[in-house]
Design a protein around this ligand. Sequence first.
Ligand code: TRH
Length: 354
Amino acid sequence: MKLRWDIFCKIVDNFGDIGVCWRLARQLRVEHGLQIRLWIDDLNAAQTIITNLDLAKNQQVCEDISILHWQEKADFSGAADVVIEAFSCGLPPAYLAAMAQQKSKWVNLEYLSAEPWVVDFHGKPSPQANGLTRYFYFPGFTESTGGLIRERDVEIGQETNHENTLKISLFCYPHASIHDLFTALQANNHAVNVYVPATSILPQIADFFGAETITAGDYFTHDNLHVHVLPFLSQTDYDTLLRDCDLNFVRGEDSWVRAIWAGKPFIWQPYLQDENAHIKKLDAFLELFYAGFSENKSTREVHQCWSAEHMSIDIWQSYLEHLPALKTYTLQQTKQLAKQPDLAAKLVIFCNNI
Ligand code: TRH
């Protein structure tokens, strides 16, 4: 009999919560043959990622995964064998009661971080009042963490040759200094093509070019800068775009991981957190990922600038000078990370053992 797994996803903000849960659900279904139900609190928001979702249905099957609308009146009576609570989203009391009956295994999937403390907390149990144990599962970059989401068929490091033009994808939070970046890019000594999937940054782009409206399909140019506005892509098409670019600006969690698997240089913008917690996250990642890159000063500076909402032209130019070396280094790091077991495979083993 197939093991039944339930994943609970609360969409707090943007696309990362559902982006991660959807990738994980699909991989557990396809590669591990598990019977998956994905509970989602906001179907409307989820539709951006699961495009064929029918908003009128509280229960439906997409790609062999049962999608259930997580709402107060839902039927929580049948708990699964394994329950994944994504990002401490909290579980409904009625479902917790059913889990206690079923003696379900309960894992809280945490956010990805390269901070060293993650290793000490990964896999730790937390006994609960209802007799169940909730386990903390931390994704991460080292063998002693829960790993990174990576499908079996992920294509790593496709060679691209864009002859004298630089191809960039841009996905970032609206507070990033797109104006500074574009100012630097337009003064580049050869053409730069920037591909921008439509998200909340479009007003900044329109503003830079003095356009009154902006929509997918639009093209803007100034000096050596060429900006192509794309529709918001499917996850598969987005992954393809990342592989096809020379440099990717990514953010949050899931696009960050995909940029790593694309094997191309990338600039990551962490999700803004209180008390500058995101800067600690950024520094920890830079420390870990670029430790073996001797010219890492400009890489650090460019990341710090991008997260600090200001991009100086000098720092940008110095970063670009190191891009060829960074290309080789990033691919090497990607291949190294891809030797580790992936998150889904490790999670399945972890759940078998608890
Ligand atoms: O959207 P994000 O900022 O998501 C999150 C959330 O904000 C979350 O609350 C926060 O805690 C977390 O970041 C750290 O960035 P992320 O994680 O990269 O998710 C974006 C998803 O959207 C990812 O699955 C890739 C996908 N995507 C597409 O499918 N098509 C596109 O065109 C683009 C630009 C992204």
